[in-house]
Design a protein around this ligand. Structure first.
Ligand SMILES: [Zn+2]
Length: 256
């Protein structure tokens, strides 16, 4: 494994355009569960009906107060947690000029909290709210402490920018991700198994345009046997810091 990490680090050190691509797994070490697969984590919600009763646009329009009970729990949890070793390692790569952008499926803002600058949130952000009627945007901090569900100035109910089932994907985030993927020399895929469409196409696009794929996952993903060039198997909180340490050694040794 250490050899493979060294090889991957050499590739990253020698590349100008490294793009990160992360999923829920990078935040689990911080104590944030995968919203969709860890339905049972949320108090008072039945995982069997979670998708229909909570995690859908239809549910939101039918009973926003009920869906907001889930959002409130999730927001409360997010206020208690911070970035972990994996987030910090990727932020460090940014400081080293070896992480031009991170495309994430996560809605927790932990990459930014760790210091990463160019973060594309493919699935929005739990703390960014918008009005489905007049499109006004608010930060959670602006409405926190007021009535729940929080109302927009126009009278409609606000919703976090995260897409529920039945919502459209944010076109801007999707096209920005495609452009980044097409221009990547290396894509560092971490903690996602590629089972959520359409965001899962991003590494495939990168590969199609010639990027090398470095993957960090505990178990094989949709990508591993298909497009991955370097599969670093293990915990992101352990692998990513070792990888970055090797990148730093490479950069300190100067151009080869
Ligand atoms: Zn409004």
């Amino acid at each position: 494994m250490q050899d493979l990490i060294k090889q991957a680090a050499e590739v990253i050190a020698g590349s100008r355009v490294v793009i990160g691509y992360t999923g829920a797994g990078i935040s689990t070490e911080s104590g944030i569960p995968d919203f969709r697969t860890m339905g049972e984590f949320w108090e008072g919600f039945d995982p069997a009906t979670f998708e229909v009763e909570i995690d859908s646009r239809e549910a939101f329009e039918r009973d926003p107060a009920k869906v907001w009970r889930f959002f409130s729990q999730a927001l409360g949890l997010m206020e208690q947690v911070g970035p972990n070793r994996g987030h910090r390692a990727l932020a460090r790569l940014g400081q080293l000029g070896r992480m031009a952008a991170i495309i994430t499926q996560n809605v927790d803002g932990l990459h930014q909290a760790a210091g990463s600058e160019n973060v594309i949130e493919f699935h929005g952000n739990m703390r960014q709210l918008h009005c489905l009627k007049c499109r006004a945007r608010y930060r959670w901090e602006e409405v926190k402490g007021g009535p729940i569900p929080p109302p927009c100035r126009c009278g409609y109910t606000l919703k976090p920018t995260i897409p529920l089932f039945g919502d459209h994907v944010d076109i801007e985030a999707a096209s920005a991700s495609e452009v980044l993927a097409a221009n990547a020399q290396v894509m560092l895929v971490a903690c996602t198994h590629g089972d959520i469409a359409p965001v899962n196409r991003v590494p495939l696009i990168a590969k199609e345009y010639g990027a090398l794929i470095i993957e960090v996952n505990r178990t094989k993903s949709l990508y591993t046997d298909r497009i991955t060039d370097y599969f670093l198997r293990g915990e992101a909180g352990e692998i990513l810091p070792s990888l970055v340490e090797e990148v730093e050694k490479n950069l300190a040794a100067g151009p080869s």
